[in-house]
Design a protein around this ligand. Structure first.
Ligand code: TYM
Length: 321
């Protein structure tokens, strides 16, 4: 079974990226063949500064390695290093109905906010379909917000297979129920575009500050509270084991506590969890060639697989004479 996923280098990774997606990458890397890539072509729809894009791409690789991605187990590469995927995108685009793309929420959301959309943003799910189908991927670990895009990839594969004969493997999304939609400091989905993120590699002091920003209700300390609907509790649960979660839920139901104390506990838990990765990251930055070598080896391996799939598609469509 081949696991594949991609992540955009559009800024610092946050808790949503980690608990929704990256944690799954790491869990799955030893079980199956795993391909993970940094989606710099997708990032071009928002980042137009060349130096920034190349720096963020390298930063993303460092982050993933520091968080536990093992280059001996998983293939790590940069999306644009595999030109076969761009050719496949065009081929898939020719059979993709406009209506399918118009229904995609990422596009609809940006449009409704008045952000002017370009063709890159509109056709973004087709590039994502090529990313997935281009490596015969079976399993795609992601957060909830990407599930619709994987449905699009499945639709595109189905209609292509129907027209040209079996060419593509049908991929399945894999989400973790408890962290498919991690809330941000304001209780909405944690997202770079909502200014509500808590970065994974935040220094201890800055981390505490971010955690203190988490919004809470204004009920009196002595009131009993519902843990299930509280995003501070949900964030706490990302780190705590089930016994600690139950203990915290009981504290909520009893009342008589201050949110500040819970935030302190959360900051401690987060520092304990991500602190060692931050140290590993610092060491990795001392050897940039090491990271570049990993990306080059990953791209060489990914290109072989993508070339095999593209060749199949070129024959099926009559592009090869
Ligand atoms: P991106 O870069 O926006 O996000 C990377 C991963 O993080 C997950 N995620 C979350 N999960 C839970 N809660 C949150 N608040 C949260 N925020 C982000 C996302 O679901 C995603 O899994 N289009 C993709 C990148 C991509 C890709 C692919 C993914 C390109 N090609 C092929 C899978 C397969 C994206 O923009 O993810």
């Amino acid at each position: 079974m081949r696991v594949l996923s991609g992540i955009q280098p559009t800024g610092r990774f946050h808790w949503g990226n980690y608990f929704g997606a990256i944690r799954q990458y790491i869990q799955l890397q030893h079980e199956d063949e795993a391909f993970y890539f940094i989606a710099n072509l997708h990032a071009l729809t928002t980042i137009r500064d060349p130096q920034q894009l190349s720096q963020l791409t390298l930063d993303a690789a460092l982050d993933l390695l520091a968080l536990g991605l093992d280059p001996d187990a998983a293939t790590l590469f940069v999306q644009s290093d595999i030109p076969q995927i761009s050719e496949l995108t065009w081929i898939l685009m020719t059979g993709t109905p406009l209506g399918l793309l118009e229904r995609c929420h990422a596009f609809k959301e940006k449009k409704s906010k008045g952000i002017s959309a370009d063709a890159g943003l509109f056709t973004y799910p087709v590039l994502m379909a090529a990313d997935i189908l281009g490596y015969d991927s079976n399993c795609v670990p992601v957060g909830q917000d990407q599930v619709q895009h994987i449905e699009v990839a499945r639709d595109i594969a189905r209609s292509f297979n129907h027209h040209y004969g079996d060419c593509f493997v049908q991929p399945e999304a894999r989400i973790l129920d408890e962290s498919a939609k991690v809330p941000g400091t304001d209780g909405e989905k944690m997202s770079k575009s909502y200014d509500n993120i808590i970065p994974v590699f935040e220094e201890e002091k800055a981390l505490q500050k971010q955690i203190m920003r988490i919004s809470t209700d204004s009920r009196a300390m002595e009131d009993a509270k519902q843990p299930e609907t509280d995003h501070l509790y949900q964030l706490f649960c990302l780190f705590g084991k089930s016994a600690q979660q139950q203990e915290m839920a009981a504290i909520y139901r009893r009342g008589g506590f201050g949110y500040g104390d819970i935030k302190k506990q959360l900051a401690q838990a987060a520092e304990g969890y991500f602190g060692p990765a931050r140290e590993r990251r610092e060491k990795l930055t001392l050897d940039p060639d090491f990271v570049q070598d990993i990306l080059a080896a990953g791209a060489a391996k990914a290109r072989l697989k993508a070339a095999e799939v593209l060749d199949r598609v070129q024959h099926a469509t009559g592009l090869v004479r």
